[in-house]
Design a protein around this ligand. Structure first.
Ligand SMILES: Nc1ncnc2c1ncn2[C@@H]1O[C@H](COP(=O)(O)OP(=O)(O)O)[C@@H](O)[C@H]1O
Ligand SMILES: [Mg+2]
Length: 366
């Protein structure tokens, strides 16, 4: 495998991954089973080459072509945008790509880049053909975004010096490099920013079989054993998300350590652990169920606006939009309408509640 230098600066903690010393607590009114250890777990279990990346076969295949063609030409890889819900493999792909290319990577996060001067050192330090990974690229302030455009397009920055009559601009040439941007909200990216990415890939929720493979492989990395059926149970309740699968594996391992003579994660232990963690058979966590119950009880099933929901639940709207809603939408438990979110029949059914439309009884169609 190619040698790689990882340059990571102080302020580069990705905002979707709580800072080790300042865990994000504002979304923790209802504690989720996932906490600030996520970051370390991510690092320990992250694939280190493209061949270790499980699932997303179409995306991986296209990335393989990008990389092979780039290497064959001896070129710099075109800028790449990765979008998809949290925990789905964006950082993983962004760190695997420079390894495959044998180039350096620098890592920064959109919200930490408050002014062009914050981004400047990353640009000037970029070595030839290296990768600059910008996490949460949709949260770059407008001024930083504009500063980045000529850097992406012509590998040049325009630095403004002084003001008024003395104002002048210095152009500085940069080494050719690649921006890999990650975002949970491709829709929030400005059009000029989006257009500067030659390649765009969307990562979707994983199939259960892929998650089973991730759980099984990671059990080996963690030197623990998990039965096939237990791996399936964990995978099924992971909301199609590898990070959640990893977390559930770790949580069930604790139960196995205490509840099994050799620490094996058996089906019974896994089921029992998942029930104790209040993860239901669809993989919904307490916060997810509370979301559905809030629409039903406070908003009569909807439509409910995002802000009103956030207010009722005392959870930041971003948390709802990024962490809670994508899976509920994908499972058909809620719908987004122009007037707000509404719950579906399936949500009433899942929660064991009767939906108001049931009261008309059967046969009303005729
Ligand atoms: N395709 C994959 N194959 C194997 N493991 C994966 C894959 N995608 C994600 N993971 C696991 O999930 C964790 C979280 O993924 P990450 O790339 O950090 O998600 P994101 O950046 O999209 O929030 C990784 O550390 C890794 O262990
Ligand atoms: Mg990430």
């Amino acid at each position: 495998m190619a040698r790689q230098r990882v340059v990571q600066r102080k302020q580069t903690v990705a905002a979707d991954e709580p800072h080790p010393h300042f865990p994000v607590t504002d979304s923790a009114v209802v504690p989720t089973p996932f906490d600030s250890n996520d970051r370390e777990i991510d690092e320990a279990l992250r694939p280190t080459s493209l061949s270790q990346v499980v699932g997303q076969s179409k995306v991986v295949e296209r990335i393989r072509v990008m990389l092979d063609a780039t290497m064959k030409r001896g070129d710099t890889l075109g800028h790449l945008l990765l979008d998809g819900p949290p925990g789905i493999g964006k950082t993983t792909l962004a760190t695997v790509i420079p390894r495959e290319l044998g180039v350096d990577i620098q890592i920064c996060a959109g919200p930490a880049m408050q002014a062009p001067k914050d981004l400047l050192p990353y640009l000037t330090n970029a070595t030839e053909r290296s990768v600059l990974f910008i996490d949460e690229v949709h949260r770059l302030p407008a001024a930083v975004e504009e500063f980045l455009y000529p850097a992406m397009e012509d590998f040049r920055v325009d630095i403004a010096l002084g003001d008024g009559l003395n104002a002048r601009t210095i152009n500085m040439q940069l080494k050719p490099f690649t921006v890999i941007g990650a975002t949970t909200r491709a829709g929030m990216l400005t059009a000029p920013m989006r257009d500067r990415f030659v390649y765009r890939e969307h990562l979707d929720f994983y199939e259960e079989l892929d998650l089973v493979e991730i759980v099984t492989r990671n059990a080996v990395k963690l030197r623990t054993t998990v039965t096939d059926e237990a791996a399936e149970e964990i995978a099924r309740r992971s909301q199609g998300t590898p990070r959640k699968a990893n977390n559930l594996l770790l949580r069930t391992r604790d139960f196995a350590t205490l509840g099994h003579p050799t620490g094996e994660i058996t089906t019974e232990i896994a089921r029992n652990a998942l029930d104790k963690l209040e993860i239901d058979r669809l993989g919904l966590e307490r916060q997810d169920r509370r979301y559905l119950e809030t629409i039903i009880r406070v908003f009569n099933g909807g439509p409910a606006g995002l802000r009103a929901m956030a207010h009722s639940m005392s959870v930041p709207p971003d948390t709802l939009e990024d962490d809670v809603e994508p899976f509920l939408l994908r499972s058909g438990l809620i719908q987004r309408t122009p007037r707000g979110r509404v719950v579906t029949e399936a949500a009433y059914e899942h929660l064991g509640l009767t939906s108001p439309s049931d009261s008309t009884g059967p046969g009303t169609l005729f």
